[in-house]
Design a protein around this ligand. Structure first.
Ligand code: NAD
Length: 495
């Protein structure tokens, strides 16, 4: 059973509500997780508020010492953490290891906090008047994360937030809560004082309490677009700073001059890796004439060889979906695609599975002849379903992408540098790949989509993360210097 982590220890109360946590590869209930009531969230926020009174004044050296220790512990325990992710999420071991690696990069970025918080200084802005800026913490920050990256997404936020002197209440997904508990324990081992990081589990009840709580100053949210919009609107109406990252429908445009084997490999990896449960997964390939037939054939011929099975088995390349309900929803989109007239090239409902029949399985599905009016194009399916849209020209391909309400990631495959350069300029999407199908920015840039993929001004992590977690203060100061006859207390005059 998983319970909350508040003020440096496990919560000792009795939960009124709990949720089941599944092993997606066997379909069985592996454990349960306590759901926080508003009162439990209040306890966590109170602990975080108390801790902030001292953590805000911890020296930069003290903060970075904790971060460096945490980095070492995370690195030393990465295999165990990856196994926990696979057990509850279902993604294969190599995907889980990749997730932890990307998380580590964000910790490493935050280790540099003394450098990152350097402000500006202008000597003699006016006669003997100096002006300088300082960046201060906000207070208690709420982090609300989705199921699909149970370690990485919390670590997009927590290291930067605490490095900036804030304290945190993390509300991870109730579907795979163990990774955040593992991380909380590592933070404690690293010497993070009690109350600086708290973890509450649960659902809308816990989220709503964080959104309305007067002492929570900022919210970092990642999840589906309807909930992201709700979190942004509710949080900002309550006077909080909010960054809410939402869903996606990521396109990969393939121009006729592209290396089609490279493009097909990329489409398979980016479309079906982690069973399509990535916010940066490619879900639409836009094939520009005349390469459609050849590209579809190359993608299709790769799919029977994709081994779908328990993520713990070394040969598995794609695991199960996270829950039975989600698998059924994704399957219903395959049915809808057929009914709407898309050409079903590979049917994932019939793919061979190496695993327990009760697991939440679905093989990779490929549709051709998909059009923007179809539900399989319109909606974020978040599963192993790849749609091919065909367009006669570069311009019409770009039109399709730019008309889409989401704008998280996009990629272009081409050997034409001029076309790629034009694409990166014209495309209305926050993260662009050139012959790179999943262009997740490294930790020293920031991650964020456009349009309905992000609500708020700040992208996640990197420089924008540090900006989000700090308030800037500008000091204008004058020290009297008797040697310059500086005893006049009047307002400084400009020379
Ligand atoms: P979700 O929106 O269902 O849940 C996200 C979080 O919100 C969870 O902690 C959940 O408990 C909470 N929540 C759920 N319903 C709520 C409600 N009605 N009110 C308040 N809180 C609620 O998302 P998910 O299914 O866990 O994750 C998948 C989604 O996240 C996909 O849409 C994916 O694209 C998106 N995602 C986006 C990014 C990004 O960076 N843009 C990254 C990862 C995942």
């Amino acid at each position: 059973m998983t319970t909350h982590w508040i003020d440096g220890k496990l919560w000792e109360g009795t939960a009124e509500r709990r949720g089941d946590v599944y092993d997606p590869a066997t379909g069985s209930v592996a454990s349960t997780v306590d759901f926080a009531s508003a009162d439990v969230v209040d306890e966590a926020v109170a602990a975080a508020s108390r801790a902030w009174q001292t953590w805000r004044d911890a020296s930069l050296a003290a903060r970075s010492t904790v971060l460096f220790r945490f980095r070492e512990l995370l690195n030393a325990n990465k295999t165990e953490l990856a196994a926990l992710i696979t057990a509850e999420h279902g993604k294969v071991a190599s995907d889980a290891a990749g997730e932890v690696q990307r998380a580590l990069e964000n910790v490493e970025y935050a280790c540099g906090i003394p450098q990152l918080l350097k402000g500006g200084f202008s000597e003699n802005a006016s006669t003997r008047v100096d002006v300088y800026s300082i960046q201060q913490s906000l207070g208690v920050v709420g982090v609300i994360s989705p199921f699909n990256f149970p370690a990485m997404v919390p670590l997009w936020f927590v290291p930067n937030a605490i490095a900036c002197g804030n304290t945190v209440v993390l509300k991870p997904s109730e579907k795979d809560p163990s990774a955040s508990m593992f991380l909380a324990d590592l933070w404690a081992q690293a010497g993070l004082p009690a109350g600086v990081l708290n973890v509450v589990h649960g659902d809308k009840v816990a989220v709503d309490r964080l959104l309305e709580h007067r002492d929570v100053k900022a919210i970092s949210f990642v999840g589906s677009t309807p909930i992201a919009r709700y979190v942004y609107e509710t949080g900002t109406a309550a006077g909080k700073r909010v960054q809410a990252l939402g869903g996606a429908k990521n396109h990969m445009v393939v121009l006729p001059d592209a290396d089609l084997d490279l493009a097909a490999d990329a489409a398979v990896n980016a479309g079906f890796g982690s069973a399509g449960e990535r916010c940066m997964a490619v879900s639409v390939v836009v094939a520009v004439d005349p390469i459609g037939d050849e590209l579809v054939a190359k993608i299709a011929e790769r799919l029977p060889g994709l081994s779908v099975g328990d993520g713990r088995k070394p040969d598995s390349e794609m695991g199960p979906l996270v829950t039975a309900a989600h698998r059924d929803k994704v399957t219903s989109y395959v049915d809808a695609g057929v009914a709407e007239g898309a050409r079903l090239v590979v049917d994932g409902r019939e793919h061979a599975i190496d695993g327990d029949t009760a697991g939440f399985w679905l093989g990779p599905t490929l549709f051709d002849g998909v059009e923007p009016g179809m539900s399989i194009y319109r909606d974020e399916i978040f599963g192993p379903v790849l749609s091919v849209v065909r367009r006669p020209s570069y311009e019409e391909a770009v039109e399709v992408v730019n008309a889409n309400p989401y704008g998280n990631g996009v990629a272009i495959f081409t050997n034409d540098g001029g076309a790629a350069r034009r694409f990166q300029h014209e495309i209305e999407v926050g993260m662009v790949g050139v012959n790179v199908p999943i262009p997740v920015p490294v930790a020293y840039y920031s991650f964020g989509g456009w349009k309905q993929s992000l609500f708020g001004d700040s992208h996640a992590y990197g420089p924008e993360g540090v900006h989000f977690y700090t308030r800037t203060k500008v000091v204008t100061g004058r020290w009297l210097d008797p040697s310059h006859g500086g005893i006049n207390l009047g307002f400084p005059q400009n020379d």
